[in-house]
Design a protein around this ligand. Structure first.
Ligand code: HEC
Length: 431
């Protein structure tokens, strides 16, 4: 028998959880102003430029998630956080709620100037405009929520039906955070807290504004809870799981997909490593030039073989190269292990080292999952600096590189879409 790394199913209460969610009382309430600002509001008026409707334009998209403004094309986008709008500038008088509505709906500032067409017009109702105005008044605080002079509060989201798994993840995060020796980052310690996101808002713990970030598990399959989290403004690092295309950049996957596992295996290619692929993969992906086929003999000087073929081809290859594989390393995708357990066992018994590659942060293995989360968290917090905000953190995550004892072989990097995605290598041991 071979012994695979320990698995603990996470999210086994998923069906129950979703049923409970749909009848739960109002939880983390949707703030109308925040929904309008980020483009989540169902009844938001369309953006109009010179009277023509434009879709997909959100305040956050141009003015930034923290309303700090920035460069958008050739025109500069001004900051529109509450404090900035409420004070006069050389270009315009101070805004109040009424002047704000006139600017956003008609493009007219308090002294009668017309804003350029780079600022679309939005025909907001009085209620919507007031909600947005109120939201902008607190947007800077929201961006810093969960951060104090000496502490960062991190939520581990759960549903009441599944607190046990969330507590398990929290314990593991605490253990690994302590083991990393990174107890304080820029003078702040980290506190991980389990938060039931389906608890009533009156529950002190259920208030997203007390937290900086969520580190989460695959808490639902249809994405409705991730959606809730996203609407609450709490960014999250989590597994790919239910992430859909409509998930904003604020929900960041730390879990690689199958193609990225293949990429990671291809990157192992070097003069002492041989990649074995079949015709199908060769046709689909550009393999390293030295790759050989499953019917070939392995080069005499090869120390390491990367097997990317199906089970029958692997059988054939191992049979042909049985003797040469003694004392060498075989690396293969984790998913393929189940295909030929007898052969893997034989390899192990004859002294071949077997490594399996899989997405890091596989939430079915809490240890590996927490390891990926804490590695990304630490690197991103260090990069984000002492002036920590959610916006700075999210920017930092995109460029982060991490190293961990769980994945010694490669230099991991961020991938462009939705953040950091890592592949880890696990050693398969004889039982
Ligand atoms: C396509 C990009 C874009 C979008 C979308 C956008 N804005 Fe603007 N906004 C701008 C630009 C550019 C300016 C500066 C215009 C000028 O000064 O003539 C501006 C100016 C403003 C101003 C005036 C600021 C000042 O200092 O006078 C306010 C208020 C404002 N925007 C609010 C909003 C709100 C609220 C939304 C969402 C409902 C929004 N904007 C969406 C680009 C955008």
């Amino acid at each position: 028998m071979i012994s695979l790394p320990r698995f603990r199913p996470f999210g086994s209460h998923v069906a129950l959880a979703i049923a409970l969610w749909s009848c739960a009382s109002a939880a983390w309430a949707d703030d109308t102003g925040r929904a309008l600002y980020h483009g989540h509001a169902a009844d938001a008026p369309p953006a109009r430029i010179a009277g023509v409707e434009r879709f997909g334009l959100t305040c956050a998209g141009c003015h930034g998630r923290n309303a700090a403004g920035g460069g958008e094309g050739r025109s500069l986008v001004p900051p529109i956080d509450g404090a900035t709008l409420a004070s006069p500038s050389p270009k315009r008088p101070a805004y109040d709620a009424a002047a704000f509505r006139a600017a956003v709906s008609q493009g007219r500032t308090g002294d009668g100037r017309m804003l350029s067409l780079a600022m679309p017009r939005f025909d907001l109702s009085q209620t919507q405009s007031d909600a947005l105005w109120k939201y902008l008044g607190g947007i800077t605080d929201e961006d810093r929520s969960g951060v104090s002079a000496d502490q960062i509060q991190i939520a581990v989201p759960a549903i009441t039906a599944n607190l046990v798994d969330a507590r398990h993840l929290r314990d593991e995060l605490e253990r690994q955070w302590a083991a990393r020796g990174a107890n304080s980052i820029h003078g702040r310690s980290i506190v991980f807290k389990v938060v039931a996101i389906d608890a009533p808002v009156s529950d002190k713990n259920a208030n997203p504004s007390e937290f900086f970030l969520a580190l989460g598990a695959n808490i639902d399959i249809d994405g409705s809870m991730l959606d809730k989290l996203q609407r609450s403004g709490l960014p999250m690092l989590g597994p790919r799981g239910a992430l859909s295309d409509k998930t904003s950049e604020e929900i960041i996957s730390v879990r690689a997909n199958r193609d990225q596992v293949t990429d990671a295996l291809f990157r192992l290619d070097n003069p002492t490593t041989t990649i074995v692929i079949d015709a199908a993969l060769r046709a689909k992906r550009a393999p390293p030039p030295q790759a050989i086929g499953p019917e070939d003999a392995m080069p005499a000087d090869s120390r390491r073989i990367v097997l990317m073929v199906d089970a029958p081809q692997a059988r054939a290859f191992i049979k042909t190269n049985q003797a040469a594989l003694k004392g060498r390393t075989v690396v293969l995708p984790f998913d393929e292990l189940a295909g030929y357990p007898d052969l893997i066992e034989q390899l192990l018994n004859q002294g071949t080292d077997v490594l399996a590659a899989r997405p890091a942060g596989d939430f079915s293995d809490i240890t590996a999952y927490a390891s990926a989360l804490t590695a990304v968290l630490e690197a991103s917090l260090v990069t984000a600096g002492r002036q920590l905000t959610r916006t700075r953190f999210l920017e930092a995550v995109k460029g982060v590189q991490v190293q961990s004892p769980h994945w010694p072989e490669l230099d991991y990097r961020r991938f462009p879409k939705n953040g950091t995605e890592l592949v880890e290598f696990v050693r398969v041991t004889p039982r």
